[in-house]
Design a protein around this ligand. Structure first.
Ligand code: 13P
Length: 261
């Protein structure tokens, strides 16, 4: 039987990932935003900050970075090299210094990305020593509880190509689709239940220790007001933040609120 209660204690740092999506629209604004995040991040004690800007801003974000802000990307292709017009590969990102990559975001799945595509990306990233932030989440939290099967299948299929020895480098981001871009986040009590469910699926796939050491984050309408409550009552290891991550003052308040827990 897994003692899930102790796993949050085992995790040293909370992880806050900012998914900037297609924002801001100029490099100058991106630089300003990063500067303000960096100023706050340098005083944080127990919070790791990862910023995932659009691809075109990554070199600038990396060249200006100090160790307090880690740079990630919002997606990647599932081959390292070859004739794939328009794509960007894991090895290219690694060469720049990118450490985290979001994969399987529901906005990309909506454009046609399948669990199979996600599984190929996750495998390649792990082999290339980059941490995949694997997004999963149901479209509807139905009364009959069918969403549990949906979620289990999505996790199993998206991680189908992961070898056990790499499992500790995974990060799971639970983002119920209906809570993304919404007015309110999911209730932290239910977030906690869902994170336990995800840990159980991971434990069945990779074993108890791997499940305990895999961070499970929550995403969907997180802001500076609800972030602390989601971390403490939702008992998740961090947050994947959309809109609030491109709002400089809001995001810095969010980081401080999370760090004070
Ligand atoms: P919002 O925080 O804007 O709801 O977006 C969540 C998200 O999709 C992060 O990846």
């Amino acid at each position: 039987m897994i003692n899930y209660k102790c796993y949050t204690v085992l995790m040293k740092h909370k992880i806050i990932i900012g998914n900037w999506k297609v924002n801001p629209i100029t490099l100058a604004e991106a630089r300003r935003l990063l500067r303000s995040i960096r100023r706050t991040a340098q005083d944080l004690k127990s919070t790791k900050v990862v910023i995932c800007p659009p691809f075109v801003y990554i070199p600038s974000a990396l060249s200006a970075r100090k160790s307090e802000v880690i740079v990630g990307s919002q997606d990647v292709y599932f081959e390292n090299q070859g004739s794939f017009t328009g794509e960007i590969s894991p090895l290219m990102l690694k060469d720049l210094g990118v450490e985290y990559v979001i994969v399987g975001h529901s906005e990309r799945r909506k454009m046609g990305e399948t669990d199979e595509d996600v599984a190929k990306k996750v495998r390649l990233l792990l082999e290339d020593n980059i941490k995949p932030v694997v997004c999963v989440g149901e479209a509807e939290h139905d009364q009959a509880g069918l969403y549990l099967d949906t979620l289990k299948n999505q996790i199993k299929n998206s991680l189908a190509k992961v070898q056990k020895k790499y499992a500790r480098n995974l990060i799971i981001a639970y983002e119920p689709i209906w809570a993304i871009g919404a007015k309110e986040s999911m209730d932290p009590k239910i977030i906690h239940e869902m994170s336990l469910f995800i840990k159980k699926v991971l434990s069945d796939m990779f074993g108890h220790d791997e499940a305990l050491s895999t961070p499970v984050l929550y995403g969907g309408s997180v802001n500076f007001r609800n972030a602390g409550d989601i971390i403490s009552r939702g008992e998740v290891d961090g947050l994947l933040v959309g809109r609030e991550s491109v709002n400089g003052p809001g995001f810095t308040e969010l980081l401080k609120a999370v760090d004070s827990i």
